[in-house]
Unconditional design. Structure first.
Length: 160
């Protein structure tokens, strides 16, 4: 198991991808946000996604938590990008399944069960990992929101 201090992010190669190694534990630049321990805060961001069936409330709460706390902690930003990538991937899968079901109506129930299972299980897995201090990359995810370190590296290489 590897521990990375936040200062180590500056000297990491851009080829190293944190999310490809889910057992990496990040130490925090802050211990708590608004009196809530950081692992619990990040775990809540993951877990609240399961409230999507209440008018998308969980997604909006997770987004609000990220927007509020990203200035305090890089760890929160990594968790939130993982969550955001999953939500955008899930919406893309939903659209693709809608197209498939339009042409093959018999696949509606199997695809619905698969998507529903993924939308409940993946956030709960993310919450479990976050509570133990690990940034977990959701399976089958498309990287819509890039890793901030790769953005920094792109900026550096662009100015050279």
């Amino acid at each position: 198991m590897h521990d990375f201090e936040l200062d180590d992010f500056d000297c990491m190669d851009h080829d190293e991808v944190l999310f490809d190694q889910p057992d990496l534990i990040l130490t925090s630049d802050v211990e708590e946000i608004r009196g809530v321990p950081l692992p619990v805060w990040c775990g809540a961001m993951h877990g609240l996604q399961t409230l999507w069936f209440v008018g998308g409330l969980g997604v909006f709460i997770s987004l609000a938590m990220w927007l509020y706390s990203r200035r305090y902690s890089v760890v929160v930003d990594y968790h939130a990008r993982s969550i955001g990538n999953w939500i955008l991937t899930e919406l893309s899968l939903l659209a693709a399944c809608g197209i498939v079901v339009f042409f093959q109506p018999g696949l509606m129930w199997p695809l619905s069960v698969i998507l529903l299972s993924m939308s409940l299980v993946f956030p709960l897995l993310g919450m479990t990992y976050a509570l133990s201090g690990v940034v977990w990359r959701y399976w089958l995810v498309i990287d819509f929101l890039p890793d901030p370190r790769s953005l920094k590296q792109a900026e550096i290489s662009h100015h050279i």
